[in-house]
Design a protein around this ligand. Structure first.
Ligand SMILES: Cc1cc2nc3c(=O)[nH]c(=O)nc-3n(C[C@H](O)[C@H](O)[C@H](O)COP(=O)(O)OP(=O)(O)OC[C@H]3O[C@@H](n4cnc5c(N)ncnc54)[C@H](O)[C@@H]3O)c2cc1C
Length: 423
C-alpha cells in the first residue's frame, strides 16, 4: 500500500475537480485491513479507494495479538463460535456463518500465509509471526488498488441526512481529517476499534464522533479480557503457576477454564473471560477443584483419610494435581492440624480449595484489556450488510461494534466476518 500517499489522487481542495472516492475505510486495524484485502482479492478496480489510519503505523494491535503470534481464529465448527460472544453471539450468526473460519483460513493461505492448528484448535500463521499476517494483508490491499494514508485522523463525518432515501443515494459522504482536509466518498467503512490498549490508536475517542455526527447510540464501554486484582494477593512468588481447570464466580457470572497466577494479579482464560463483569469491591470465589462441590470434597477427604500417612501437600498434589507450592501457600501445612491427611481439618481444606473467597480490588482496565465490551448498539446496524439502518452507504465493522469474543481467535474472526459482510 502507498504509505505516503505519493501515488494517491490529489486531495480534493488541491485539485480542480474534487475526487469522489469509491470507498474510504477509517481505521487500519484488523477489520479495516481485512476489508481492504478482501475487496482487493475480489475486485481489483481502478476506482480510488483509501484507507485512513490515525497513527503512524497500521495494524499495531494485530501485531500484538496472540503474544505476537496472532491467533487468527479457531479450527472448530462455526456453530460452536456463537456462544463465545456471550448473549450477542446469536445476533451475528449469519455474518459468522457466511464468512466463517474456513473462509478466513483459505483467504490467508491464498495470500501466501500457511497456517497451523494447535492441539487446542487455535489457528496461527505457521511462522507464528503476526507480522507475516499484517504484511500479507497490506500487500494484498495495495495490489488491489488501495491507498493507505497514515497519520490521518478522521475528526468528523458529514453524511446526507438519510442515505436510504432514493434522492440521497448518490450524495457523497464527507470525511474531515484533523488537518482540516475534506474527502468525499460514495461508501464509508468505519473500522475504528474499541478503547483497549489505547497506545495502539484505538482509544475510544471515535465513539464520540459516531454519537455526535451520526446520532448513534453507544452501549457503555468497559474493559474485557483483562487481568483481575484482589485484596491481599499473596501469590507473588508463585507467578507462572497455572491451573488447567477452575471455576470463578463473580458479579453474577461463573466462568470455567484455566487460571494463571502472575506477580500481581490473576490472569489466564477464565479470569480474562469473567473480567468484564467484575468491579472493585465484588466478592470473587474460586473453586480450584471444579469437579467437586465443597461438600463433595469434604466427603472425599473423609473417605481418603483413614490409614493415609501422606502429608496434606503430597496428597492434594498426587490426588488432584494441585501444585505443591500453591497448597503450601493456601493451607497452613506446617500446623499440626494440616500436617498429615489423617489429622486434617477437612472443613478448612474444602473451603480453601472449593470456595476460596477473594475481594476484587480492580481490573487491568483498558490499558491491559485485549478487547472492549460495549460499543455501537447492534439495533442500529443491518447485520446482513453491516451498514447503518439509516445510512445504507455507511458501514461499521470490528470491535467498534458492541460485540466482544472470548480468547481463542474469536475477536479476529469477528473482525474478518464483519469486514467481509460489509463488502
Ligand atoms: C494484547 C492483545 C492480544 C490480542 N490477541 C488476540 C488474538 O490472538 N486473537 C484474537 O482474535 N484477538 C486478539 N486480540 C483482539 C484483537 O486484536 C482485536 O479484537 C482486533 O484487533 C480488533 O480489530 P479492529 O480493526 O476492530 O480494531 P483495531 O485493531 O483496534 O484497529 C482500529 C484502528 O482504527 C484506528 N483509528 C481509531 N480512530 C481513528 C480515527 N479517528 N481516524 C483514523 N483511524 C482511527 C486506530 O488507530 C486503529 O489502528 C488481542 C488484543 C490485544 C490488545
Amino acid at each position: 500500500m502507498h504509505g505516503s500517499g505519493k501515488n494517491h489522487p490529489v486531495p480534493e481542495k488541491e485539485s480542480q475537480r474534487p475526487v469522489i472516492y469509491d470507498c474510504i475505510v477509517v481505521g487500519g486495524g484488523a477489520a479495516g485491513l481485512f476489508y481492504a484485502a478482501g475487496d482487493a482479492t475480489e475486485t481489483a478496480s481502478c476506482q480510488p479507494k483509501l484507507l485512513l489510519e490515525k497513527t503512524a503505523r497500521p495494524g499495531q494491535k494485530l501485531l500484538m495479538s496472540g503474544n505476537g503470534q496472532c491467533n487468527l481464529t479457531h479450527g472448530g465448527s462455526i456453530k460452536d463460535f456463537l456462544w463465545k460472544y456471550g448473549d450477542q453471539g446469536k445476533r451475528i450468526r449469519s455474518c459468522l456463518y457466511r464468512h466463517n473460519n474456513l473462509e478466513l483460513m483459505s483467504m490467508m493461505e491464498s495470500m501466501g500465509v500457511p497456517l497451523t492448528e494447535r492441539e487446542d484448535g487455535k489457528i496461527f500463521p505457521a511462522s507464528m509471526k503476526a507480522r507475516e499476517v499484517l504484511d500479507a494483508l497490506l500487500a494484498t490491499a495495495k495490489s488491489g488498488g488501495w491507498d493507505l494514508r497514515c497519520n490521518a485522523e478522521v475528526t468528523a463525518i458529514h453524511a446526507p441526512a438519510n442515505s436510504n432515501a432514493p434522492a440521497d443515494s448518490n450524495a457523497p459522504i464527507e470525511v474531515v481529517l484533523a488537518t482540516g482536509a475534506r474527502l468525499q466518498t460514495r461508501k464509508l467503512v468505519l473500522a475504528t476499534g474499541g478503547a483497549s490498549y489505547p497506545a495502539t490508536g484505538s482509544d475510544g475517542t471515535f465513539y464520540e464522533i459516531l454519537r455526535r455526527d451520526l446520532g448513534l447510540a453507544i452501549n457503555t464501554i468497559r474493559p474485557a479480557l483483562t487481568p483481575v486484582y484482589v485484596q491481599d494477593y499473596h501469590y507473588q512468588d508463585l507467578s507462572g503457576i497455572s491451573f488447567p481447570d477452575v471455576t470463578i464466580t463473580c458479579g453474577g457470572h461463573t466462568c470455567r477454564g484455566a487460571l494463571l497466577l502472575t506477580h500481581k494479579c490473576f490472569s489466564g482464560p477464565a479470569i480474562l473471560h469473567i473480567s468484564q463483569y467484575v468491579k472493585a469491591g465484588d466478592p470473587m470465589v474460586i473453586n480450584y477443584l471444579p469437579s467437586f462441590s465443597k461438600d463433595q470434597l469434604r466427603q472425599k477427604l473423609k473417605e481418603d483419610q483413614s490409614g493415609n500417612k501422606l502429608s496434606v501437600a503430597n496428597y492434594l498434589s498426587a490426588e488432584f494435581g494441585l501444585p505443591k507450592a500453591f497448597v503450601e501457600k493456601v493451607i497452613p501445612t506446617s500446623q499440626e492440624a494440616f500436617r498429615t491427611l489423617r489429622s486434617v481439618d477437612r472443613d478448612l481444606i474444602a473451603e480453601h480449595l472449593s470456595e476460596h473467597a477473594y475481594s476484587v480490588s480492580g481490573t487491568g482496565g483498558f490499558k491491559a484489556a485485549m478487547v472492549t465490551a460495549g460499543g455501537v448498539a447492534l439495533e442500529q446496524i443491518d447485520l446482513k450488510t453491516m451498514s447503518l439502518k439509516d445510512h445504507a452507504n455507511i458501514h461499521i465493522i470490528g470491535e467498534a461494534l458492541d460485540i466482544n469474543g472470548d480468547t481463542g481467535g474469536y475477536n479476529l474472526q469477528f473482525a474478518y466476518s464483519s469486514a467481509m459482510t460489509a463488502r
